[in-house]
Design a protein around this ligand. Sequence first.
Ligand SMILES: C[S@@+](CC[C@H](N)C(=O)[O-])C[C@H]1O[C@@H](n2cnc3c(N)ncnc32)[C@H](O)[C@@H]1O
Length: 463
Amino acid sequence: MDHLPIFMDLRGKRTLLVGDGVMAARKADLLLRSGSDLTVVAPALGSEMLTLKEQYEFKHQSRPLSEGDLQGCVLAFGSSEDEALNEQLYEFAKRAAIPVNISDKTESCDFIMPALVDRSPLTIAISSGGSSPLLVRQLKARFETMIPAAYGKLAEFAGSYRDRIKLSIPDLTQRRRFWETMVDGPVAEHVLSNQMEEAESLMHKLLQKEEGNSEKEPVGEVYLVGTGPGDPDLLTFKALRLMQRADVVLYDRLIGDGILNLVRRDADRIYVGKRRDDHAISQSEISNMLVRLASEGKRVLRLKGGDPFIFGRGGEEIETLSEQGIAFQVVPGVTAAAGCASYAGIPLTHRDHAQSCIFVTGHQKDGRLNLNWEALIQPHQTVVIYMGLMSLQSITEGFIEHGAAVDTPAAIIENGTKAGQRVVTGSLTTLADAAARAGIQSPALIIVGSVVSLREKLSWFAP
Ligand SMILES: C[S@@+](CC[C@H](N)C(=O)[O-])C[C@H]1O[C@@H](n2cnc3c(N)ncnc32)[C@H](O)[C@@H]1O
């Protein structure tokens, strides 16, 4: 990070601005809205400054800048069209150790001014550190359209209840939950539509309930969330929302940092994948951990690669929860077959190639592949094999032994949808050797069927 983002309380504090044009007026407007005691140094005020003067009080000094003008100032701004004047301000400010900002001259700035989305008291400041003003503008435009204009009112409303809620709900976790219910629920809806009486009345009811409930046992919940095959952009809105609510997260090897970093920052993280000694925590240990944490009143996030209900043991985990009476939600994710196929440019169905698609696991049990070859080798069908890398050779041979054409197109996708995605294509005869030569590693997904031939035309993702 090149700059430290801070929000500064300028109420009643002296600031100095040199300049009188449009840029200077924009800065003056911000400073005055922040309640600063502003002095503008300029021979005369331009029309924008004069308009400001009608709304706010500030001092205007028409005589030349002197070193004494900076006395008692906390910030100084140079926005004059006269560069020499900006330079003079810069020197004075440096000598007096006052942070200074000279417009359009990054090398003469102790701080930069971010773009703002103003829903006061809620404020979003955006900066690219000067590297891409265009991106900043685009992001600002998105926020402006996404965040309702009355959001500031909601922040004010919440602020007016802060002290009472702190007293009524001393427990931090319970208090956060109360706020989340309030901000996501009907109280907020009333505030945003300016129905303040209804909002107040509902808020009182909520608080009364909470105060009456304060002796009750805390009850937690488990969120079983599918995160997709790896690209964080493939997360659903719901997944993201629950990720940001969790108190504790249980994750395994397939969950990359890009996704893990989106979980609420102060949530506890528990790794439940294979450990260094190569021993995975057993399924029953994980299920028991989920039950224990939820019973402590925590919001437990169980992250699963892809979709929790597709070769993800999600069903087993929630079975235990259901038996123990723990509340849970399941959030579907993009399964590896869908994600990898899309990012490899291989449509799983296509009118000219395949009217059905079948997902199987290539995981061996007792050293043997247990596949229903008759069901797999059907005309106009795509077969997707999860966890098949170790058995790739046996799989391709099995297809051929059971009657599939030796030249049936086949592909293997390593790290699908991620920056390191690699795709190797061939036929049932050549794929295993080609994958070995390329050194394909787990996680990898195999696709068998004539749809694979479309990749030549449809490949689009260049990691
Ligand atoms: C235990 S299964 C979990 C599947 C997951 N629940 C889903 O819906 O995608 C793990 C297997 O999924 C496949 N897989 C998951 N993510 C993948 C990725 N990004 N690229 C390739 N294969 C992936 C691999 O075959 C891996 O061995």
